[in-house]
Write a protein that binds this ligand. Structure first.
Ligand code: PEP
Ligand code: MG
Length: 596
């Protein structure tokens, strides 16, 4: 673009600072021609459609091959997405419907594809849920590929971007993202569309490439070759920065990288306090592909594997065999370190369209363990797969959203039945430790009783705070009430940790609160035995713990519990943390200079 600097703000989807030249990837929507066919044109049109499908399949097979090669031959997250698109090409709902429209309404294939795509997308409903937005995007990507092939247009990213380029696009198809990130190390990704849970964001985070999504109009404002600064932590994009801004960000990037390198140098040291308390530092993962990044950041275990992502990426329930293979892959990569696999946290809106029932309050409805107990076949397939995989590593099974002892007992009963069944089939497997998420106030309040029947606890603060304070965690309007240091939350956390200690079972925390450096001393004071967070958060939290004393944490917690207002508690924590660990925290808070 000509002239001045433009500063845009989107969603920081993957942290890090990149400065590079704009490399636009044209993903603009293709214009669909509309035409009525003469009676003789119907058969040739069906032939054109068949050829376009075959061509699309061949292109996706080629992309898959390249990606699998880059991934060392393993079937990963990216290949799974590409396979899903290949399945869509064969889907009867798509193929038969298009053929029907061409035959019965005598319209050209491009038009028919467009209409069918719209209909399929409609089936994914208008739910605001990010996951379903993504599925609608998948249908679009596939439809667009077929239409472009019908029109003889370029389909895949033509020329790979040069190393360090800032890839700018309206949106990126999973196949594009996978190829862009695997073939060469791009500097960053910036897209007009997207969300925290979009494929671009997830894959960028897993591969540690800075990314900002939902910028809105980057494609209209940046031209090929423009200098762009991307601050992936804060979601800031600067087009044509001034010399001063560039210099500032160069310094900030160096500081950030040096800080990262410095933190990584000590990533393998244990999280042991000065007074001899050691916490296990674990990682939260959604895909097996995140394991290398977790280990590179000094992760000592998987504290939470959100298995529902296995299903949310596709429309068929994973089979027992798929559960087995997936769990085995992660267990083997971590062995002998522990891997806590959470059974499906599905339900409410977190389901493919066909299975969703309307519910006014999905967060309070049939979800997680309630849903699994209602779908015994689905639950059993997962438990059978997990038990069979347990011989390949150090597995712990965890049930989500347990509200009381009855649910825990019911879930455990299914697990025991499945184990007996496998035994009858000739596989006598030991029962792995069985724990529960503490993420409902009811569970937190009766933690002493639950502790007698669970082998471990893991506190899910994301939901615990939502349900305790009564605020929808997706709703921006009430986000200001989302306070991990609310006295009610602190009391619950203390109750859960005390109950775990009294019963002699380990207590972990796997909600976002666990990875926030500011809370490290409070968490030490609570006496948690494990913290589980995103891989990249581990080194800094470890560093703070190593510089801390658990005794100081206990004293701080005591002082906090004597206060009343959340603001006072927060102020006290900030004051204490900056007094003790000022240098370490400052760096975390100020990734780049605040410009513009
Ligand atoms: C939580 O609720 O804190 C948690 C870790 O689970 P999820 O974020 O998957 O609901
Ligand atoms: Mg939860």
């Amino acid at each position: 673009m000509a002239g001045g600097t433009t500063i845009l703000v989107g969603i920081g989807a993957s942290p890090g600072i990149a400065i590079g030249r704009c490399w636009p990837v044209d993903r603009r929507k293709v214009r669909t021609p509309k035409r009525r066919l003469g009676p003789d044109e119907v058969e040739p049109e069906l032939g054109r459609f068949r050829t376009a499908l075959e061509l699309s399949e061949a292109q996706l097979a080629e992309v898959r091959h390249k990606v699998a090669e880059a991934e060392g031959g393993s079937a990963g997250d990216h290949t799974a997405i590409i396979d899903m698109h290949r399945m869509m090409l064969k889907d009867e709902m798509l193929v038969l419907e298009v053929q029907k429209l061409v035959r019965e309404e005598r319209i050209n294939a491009e038009w028919a594809v467009k209409r069918v795509v719209r209909k399929i997308k409609g089936a994914f409903s208008d739910a605001a849920d990010e996951y379903f937005k993504e599925r609608r995007a998948d249908v679009d990507f596939v439809g667009e590929r077929i239409i472009k092939n019908l029109l003889g247009q370029q389909v895949d990213v033509e020329e790979p971007p040069p190393e360090g380029a800032i890839v700018v696009a309206h949106d990126l198809a999973p196949a594009d993202t996978a190829l862009l990130l695997h073939e060469r190390k791009v500097g960053a990704l910036v897209t007009d569309a997207g969300a925290q849970t979009s494929h671009t964001a997830i894959v960028a985070r897993a591969l540690e490439v800075p990314a900002v999504v939902a910028v809105g109009r980057i494609t209209t404002l940046a031209d090929k070759g423009d200098w762009i600064i991307v601050d992936g932590a804060r979601g800031v994009v600067i087009i044509n920065p001034t010399a001063g801004e560039r210099a500032d960000y160069e310094v900030a990037r160096e500081r950030f990288l040096e800080h990262e390198r410095e933190l990584l140098r000590t990533r393998d040291l244990p999280a042991a306090t000065e007074d001899g308390v050691t916490l296990r530092m674990a990682g939260n993962i959604e895909f097996a592909e995140e394991v290398p990044s977790l280990l590179n950041h000094g992760g000592e275990a998987v504290g939470l594997y959100r298995t529902e992502f296995l299903y949310l990426q596709r429309e068929q329930l994973p089979t027992e065999e798929e559960h087995y293979q997936d769990a085995r892959r992660i267990l083997e990569a971590l062995a002998p370190r522990p891997v806590t696999i959470r059974t499906f946290d599905l339900g409410g809106d977190k389901l493919p369209a066909g299975l969703r029932a309307h519910a006014e309050n999905p967060a309070l409805g049939l979800r997680a363990i309630r849903y699994c107990l209602r779908q015994p076949e689905m639950f059993r397939a997962q438990l059978r797969g997990l038990l069979r995989a347990s011989v390949h590593g150090n597995l712990r099974i965890m049930f989500p959203m347990i509200s009381g002892v009855a649910e825990l007992r019911a879930a455990r009963r299914v697990l025991l039945e499945v184990r007996e069944e496998l035994k009858r089939e000739g596989q006598d497997l030991p029962l792995p430790p069985v724990g529960i998420m503490i993420e409902l106030p009811s569970a937190a309040v009766i933690a002493d009783r639950l502790a007698l029947e669970a082998d471990f606890f893991s506190i899910g603060t994301n939901d615990l705070i939502q349900y305790t304070i009564g605020i929808d965690r997706q709703n921006k309007e009430v986000a200001y009430l989302y306070k991990p240091l609310h006295l009610a939350v602190l009391r619950m956390l203390k109750n859960v940790c005390d109950a775990g200690r009294a019963a002699g079972i380990p207590v972990s925390m796997c909600g976002e609160m666990a990875g926030e450096p500011l809370y490290a001393l409070v968490l030490l004071g609570l006496g948690l035995t494990e913290l589980s967070m995103n891989g990249p958060s581990i080194p800094l939290v470890k560093r703070i713990i190593r510089a801390a004393r658990a005794d100081d944490g206990r004293l701080l917690l005591e002082r906090l519990l004597a206060l009343t207002a959340g603001d006072d508690i927060e102020r006290e924590v900030k004051h204490e943390m900056s007094r003790r660990f000022g240098g370490l925290l400052e760096h975390d808070a100020q990734v780049g200079p605040v410009s513009g």
